[in-house]
Design a protein around this ligand. Structure first.
Ligand code: NAD
Ligand code: ZN
Length: 371
């Protein structure tokens, strides 16, 4: 698949399909039955009965996140629902409500389905705004069926309102990739003018991280591989691009690009384990390593002496809460961040996974769920 460096945003923010609120008996869904896949598109009944607090969302677009691929391959130390409809960057409209859901959304509302499908909103974590860490959290396209289907049941209180000025195809990748890197950059605790290294900068999360970082006034050192990803990262405002596959001395090059001392933070948005190997060596003393990318079976090896002596911080950052989603979408709606994507049909999901696995996708693939 030709990588994308431009996007194909529809000219009007409102897709004509957003006005069709009728619910058919059957719909299309991309389903896999066992760890390792394969995934196939099938016609199945639409959920008819909505429980308390649930809403039925007519999904029009969904981004494909590398997490969906990890889930299908089963390379994380967690079990998911099986059979499973993946997807957690869903954008569409509310078409039906269960009892109690009307407190949060109305029929016809433009909404997003993000990774955190639900959390209790009562526990210590939820009360403090750490909804992803809620012990009762449900995850879209992992513990509950997600957005790779035309009609998805979700929890009204965790749906994200999508601003009217933001087309649904642009909005979809913000619901996971955007909110995740927006929150991760907050965790980096940078001030304008400071350097941030972004391994994975040409991918779905990374290309949005470059833009949120630039919008915040940070100086970006993008790390990824290949000419398409270089062109994308540079177009989006990265000051330096370093190709991790061809560079002779990654640590030295990154230090040089940040005035000799190393970047103040690294937000690791890469899907490969190697991205974690050198990050602690190149960040400057008092710097922060923000772990975002989730390669299975990977350890961060931190030498105790140098962690203390150089006063380093290592922080895990896991998606974001409802408010982070609202903020990340608002920044996109104001045009400060734009998803670079190519649109394909839901039926092309197997090929998207293949290309994602071999690192061929620059930016994001957004699926038109009807195709
Ligand atoms: P992607 O496939 O779109 O992008 C990953 C990028 O990493 C690719 O461009 C690839 O070339 C690059 N890469 C691989 N190895 C690298 C290395 N050693 N150095 C620099 N770049 C390297 O994937 P994505 O959808 O952006 O997701 C990235 C990772 O983030 C996945 O592991 C995903 O599961 C994880 N993720 C985490 C969270 C979270 O809450 N922490 C949320 C969403 C996704
Ligand atoms: Zn994701």
């Amino acid at each position: 698949m030709a990588p994308t460096a431009s996007n194909t945003t529809s000219s009007s923010a409102i897709d004509p399909r957003e006005k069709k609120l009728d619910v058919p008996g059957q719909h299309k869904a991309a389903i896999f039955d066992k760890k390792g896949g394969p995934v196939s598109v099938r016609t199945v009944p639409v959920a008819r009965e909505l429980k308390h607090g649930e809403a039925l969302v007519r999904v029009i677009y969904s981004g494909v996140c590398h997490t969906d691929l990890h889930a299908m391959l089963g390379d994380w130390p967690l079990d998911n629902k099986l059979p499973l409809v993946g997807g957690h960057e869903g954008a569409g409209v509310v078409v039906a409500l269960g009892e109690g859901a009307e407190e949060f959304v109305k029929i016809g509302d433009r909404v997003g389905i993000k990774w955190i499908a639900d959390s209790c909103l009562k526990c210590d974590f939820c009360r403090r705004g750490f909804e992803p860490n809620c012990p009762e959290a449900q995850c879209s396209g992992f513990t509950v069926d997600g957005s790779f289907q035309q009609y998805a049941v979700s929890y009204a209180r965790h749906l994200s309102p999508i601003p009217d000025s933001l087309p649904l195809d642009q909005a979809a990748p913000i619901l996971c990739a955007g909110v995740t890197v927006y929150k991760a950059l907050k965790e980096a605790q940078l001030t304008p003018g400071q350097f941030v290294a972004i391994p994975g900068a040409g991918g779905g999360l990374g290309h949005l991280a470059v833009q949120y970082a630039v919008a915040a006034g940070y100086r970006v050192i993008a790390i990824d591989t290949g000419n398409d990803k270089r062109a994308l990262a540079e177009k989006l405002g990265a000051e330096t691009f370093i190709d991790f596959k061809t560079t002779k001395n990654l640590v030295e090059e990154i230090k040089q690009a940040s005035g000799g001392l190393g970047p103040h933070a690294a937000v690791v948005a890469a899907s490969g384990a190697a991205a974690y190997e050198q990050a602690l060596d190149y960040i400057r003393s008092r710097g922060t390593l923000v772990a975002v990318g989730l390669p299975g079976g990977t350890d961060i090896k931190a030498n105790v002496f140098f962690t203390v002596f150089r006063s380093l911080r290592i922080v895990g950052s896991y998606v974001g809460n409802r408010q982070d989603a609202v903020e990340a979408l608002d920044i996109a709606a104001r045009g400060k961040v734009r998803t670079s994507f190519k649109t394909l049909g839901l039926s092309e999901l197997p090929k998207v996974y293949e290309d994602m696995n071999s690192g061929k996708i620059a930016g994001r693939i957004v699926l038109d769920i009807d195709k």
